[in-house]
Design a protein around this ligand. Structure first.
Ligand SMILES: *Cc1c(COP(=O)(O)O)cnc(C)c1O
Length: 370
């Protein structure tokens, strides 16, 4: 306590989401302890990356796993992995021709595409905002296609070709499929579902979102041969992934986070989230002109409830008042008529502060507009 204040900064109660701009998530003691222990010794980083990868692969029921400096770095390395072949002799020499095109659904276009382009790929979009047809997917696959990237999440699936169908069509052309599941934990079984059950070749996750591992960590899981290419490019090798170095602290921190995550009682966690949402709904029920309801799923389509607070207008002003107030509180606005309170990133008890401050802000807002 106090480090941020010493720098003149205000800490934030995060009722918004696992947003990088707010610090992503908070590491539990097991993760911090693993990072601290990792910081005490030198170690062979190649060996550490291999052993941690094997351990995480086993825990997540995958053939192979590789720790990256985030899911965006995972997208970059997965692009390299699918576009290149390396000489198995030295694990470094690039063999054959590089392929250049990555196919995505236009309806799944998002802020992380530059990480794919950074690897030298051209992104080809299929379909429109509403989705795409299997025909459009099949027609987009060419000799130049290095992979189809699929962005997972309830909110991105509508109108998109279903993942198993994408896999069937792409594999028919010898093209691998990479799933971006960065924010798709929970549910925990997504760690193996995309690759083992739905047939994707690789899946990418953030270490610093639902897993609550180090902020600058991420995970690629799936086919060993592809992960070997990613590994060949990654630090400490002086190659194309060297700029996205992963430290020993992050590797052991992420391993501890995965171990912890898979032991969590998800039912108990869900109950806690439901109680937090109910606390907010009970509080706003007292405010005239405002309607509260339980919203589902979360902004990234995860199975987490939220409190939706609907008002005639002024949601953005209320959001700003909470951000400017003391303590500083982050919540999401959905246009100017709704606010969303997400329990996932709240420490137990913080929902009470959020509820009280939200009621105050809503009441002053009603006063202004009356
Ligand atoms: C957050 C996110 C990323 C980036 O994850 P980092 O771990 O912050 O690099 C990539 N893709 C999607 C869909 C995301 O939500």
């Amino acid at each position: 306590m106090g480090l941020y204040e010493d720098l003149g900064l205000r800490t934030v109660i995060n009722a918004d989401a696992t947003l990088t701009r707010l610090g992503g998530s908070l590491m539990p003691p097991e993760v911090v302890e693993a990072m601290r222990a990792a910081s005490h010794n030198f170690v062979d980083i190649f060996e550490l990356q291999t052993v941690v990868g094997e351990r995480i692969a086993e825990l997540t029921r995958n053939d192979a796993a590789y720790v990256t400096s985030g899911a965006a770095a995972g997208l970059y390395l997965a692009t390299l992995a699918c576009g290149l072949t390396v000489d198995p002799e030295d694990g470094l020499t690039i063999l054959g021709r590089e392929r250049h095109e990555v196919v995505i659904h236009r309806s799944q276009r998002n802020a992380y595409i530059p990480s794919i382009e950074l690897a030298g790929a051209t992104v080809i979009e299929i379909g429109d905002e509403a989705g795409a047809s299997t025909r459009e997917l099949a027609d987009a696959l060419a000799d130049e296609t290095l992979a189809v990237f699929y962005f997972a999440g309830h909110h991105l699936a509508q109108g998109a070709v279903p993942l198993p169908e994408v896999v069937r069509i792409a594999h028919g052309r010898g093209v691998p499929v990479v799933v971006d599941g960065a924010a798709q934990l929970p549910p925990p079984d997504n760690l193996w579902r995309f690759t083992q059950d739905l047939g994707a070749d690789l899946a990418v996750f953030s270490g610093g979102k639902g897993l609550r591992g180090p902020q600058s960590s991420g995970l690629i899981v799936g086919r060993r041969d592809l992960i070997d290419v990613a590994r060949a490019h990654g630090a400490p090798n002086p190659r194309r992934g060297r700029a996205m170095k992963v430290g020993k602290e992050e590797m052991l921190g992420l391993l501890a986070a995965v171990e912890r995550y898979l032991k969590l009682d998800q039912a108990e966690l869900s109950e806690r989230y439901e109680r937090m949402v109910q606390t907010v709904l009970d509080a706003v029920a007292e405010v005239p002109g405002v309607t509260g309801s339980r919203d589902w799923p979360s902004e990234a389509g995860q199975p987490i409830p939220r409190a939706r607070v609907t008002l005639p207008a002024g949601a953005i002003a209320v959001q700003a008042a909470l951000w400017e107030g003391n303590p500083r509180i982050a919540i999401a606005a959905d246009g100017d008529e709704a606010l969303l309170v997400n329990p996932e990133t709240l420490n137990p008890g913080e929902e009470i502060t959020v509820a009280e401050r939200l009621v105050d802000a809503l009441e002053s807002q009603q006063g202004c507009s009356a």
